[in-house]
Design a protein around this ligand. Structure first.
Ligand code: SF4
Length: 268
């Protein structure tokens, strides 16, 4: 096993996380994201192998593989770890040390995510922007202010009651969309976070998050208005707050999505 991964697993284990077998109980449906996760696992292994072969470079610290992510919770993503706060802290520590993709070279701070470790709702965005890179916190710029308004004024919740994170944990330069290689390199962190959190519902903010979680490339217009699933956890896709700042007329649709999200989270 790769030494950094072994250290990461040791951190999880010392946090009380037990390893969960990869398989599911007989008769249950296969997790929808598994083929994507397996492909990403192979991509990460390829990246690690390439880094190890590079002259003068040792293999960089790697984000948790899909297998390590499954060590954080049940394989259906629906059973939370006994101590999600400790697991999330261990993941954040691994993120801070991560140099698995080129985004580590231009970041000022990593942005693992923040919120209630036992949140019913997790918001997943694309990646940190300039304000997030400066502060190390997700969604704190103008788009973050709009997300705050959606949470506090629309959902009547406090920001601290939900969990907020991104697909990639380091800022892509000039706020560009992260490349497939960067997303693949970082995906184990998000996977481990979602498995530790095991929320009632996930909200994918924008196409990058939706495509990554759902394993497709459909336009947002086709992803909205229905309930998807990530490993058995309901997923609602809606517009990224940055898009809503540019297209305020889309807020009506976004509000309908948020109402659907709340209904899922509050369902008995
Ligand atoms: S974006 Fe993710 S994979 Fe890339 S360096 Fe940052 S934490 Fe590591």
């Amino acid at each position: 096993m790769e030494p950094t991964l072994r250290r990461y697993l040791g951190t999880l284990q010392s946090a009380g996380v037990r390893r969960i077998p990869r398989g599911r109980a007989a008769g249950t449906a296969a997790p929808p994201a598994a083929p994507v996760a397996d492909r990403q696992l192979r991509e990460r292994q390829t990246l690690a192998a390439a880094a190890a072969r590079a002259p003068g470079l040792s293999a960089p610290p790697q984000p948790p593989t899909a297998e390590a992510g499954r060590a954080g919770a049940g394989s259906d993503g629906g059973s939370r770890t006994t101590d999600p706060a400790a697991t999330l802290a261990a993941i954040a520590e691994a993120v801070r040390a991560c140099t698995a993709c080129p985004l580590c070279e231009t970041r000022h701070h990593t942005v693992p995510g923040e919120g209630d470790p036992r949140a019913a709702i997790v918001f997943v965005g694309e990646g940190p922007g300039a304000d997030e890179d400066r502060t190390g916190r997700p969604f704190v710029g103008k788009a973050g202010k709009l997300l705050d308004d959606i949470i506090t004024k629309g959902m009547r919740r406090r920001r601290e009651q939900v969990y907020i994170c991104n697909v990639v944990k380091c800022r892509p330069p000039d706020n560009r969309v992260p490349t497939p290689t960067e997303v693949a390199a970082c995906s184990g962190f998000l996977e481990a976070q979602l498995q530790a959190l095991a929320p009632r519902a996930i909200c994918a903010l924008g196409a990058t998050a939706a495509h990554h979680l759902l394993g497709n490339e459909l336009p947002m217009g086709r992803l909205r208005g229905q309930v998807h699933a990530w490993r058995g956890i309901p997923v609602v896709a809606t517009y990224h707050p940055a898009y809503l700042l540019r297209k305020p007329e889309a807020k009506r649709d976004a509000w309908a999505d948020i109402q659907r999200l709340m209904a899922l989270a509050d369902a008995p």
